[in-house]
Design a protein around this ligand. Structure first.
Ligand code: HEC
Length: 135
């Protein structure tokens, strides 16, 4: 039986507390994106632009930076509840991008709020490349 590996890994990740490294997660989003965009490679530069971009969907949550500040290496503050959010960069918080189910859950929630849709695999790969830059 010929079962595609990547969906299996993603399914395993969604169903259990499968742990990964940021590099493995970025690789799996890159592989997913390259099925639509042949030769796709994640870009920290595009990730930085994506992170700062203001989308016209929500006036109080226009961008990722609305809660995560101008830099994913800094401590954030939830724009609605005022709660502290630890930095997204693994250089600051070692457990970031290590739990695929958690990462997917927050991408889904935050992207839907900010972009009005889920983020694409390419956007996720670029974002992780940016947030892990220098690690
Ligand atoms: C409304 C505030 C808010 C906005 C806007 C927001 N986030 Fe978040 N984000 C959070 C909170 C709250 C958490 C979960 C708390 C935590 O993990 O510290 C989180 C967690 C995450 C995580 C989980 C990382 C991990 O491995 O633990 C990712 C990835 C993430 N956000 C990406 C984004 C991206 C990309 C955007 C822009 C599209 C964005 N966020 C916009 C509040 C926000």
């Amino acid at each position: 039986m010929n079962v595609p590996l990547l969906p299996m890994l993603l399914l395993a990740g969604a169903a259990t507390a499968w742990s990964a490294t940021p590099r493995e997660l970025a690789q799996s989003y890159t592989a997913e994106a390259s099925r639509l965009i042949p030769g796709f490679q994640g870009s920290a530069q595009r990730g930085a632009e994506f992170y700062a971009r203001r989308f016209a969907v929500s006036s109080h949550l226009p961008a990722c930076s609305a809660c995560h500040t101008d830099s994913p290496a800094r401590i954030g503050r939830h724009a609605v509840t005022g709660k502290t959010i630890q930095p997204l960069s693994p250089s600051a918080v070692a457990t970031r991008f290590s739990d695929p189910a958690k990462v997917e859950k927050w991408f889904r929630r935050n992207c839907t709020e900010v972009l009005g849709r889920e983020c694409s695999a390419a956007e996720k790969a670029d974002f992780i490349a940016f947030a892990t830059e220098g690690t």
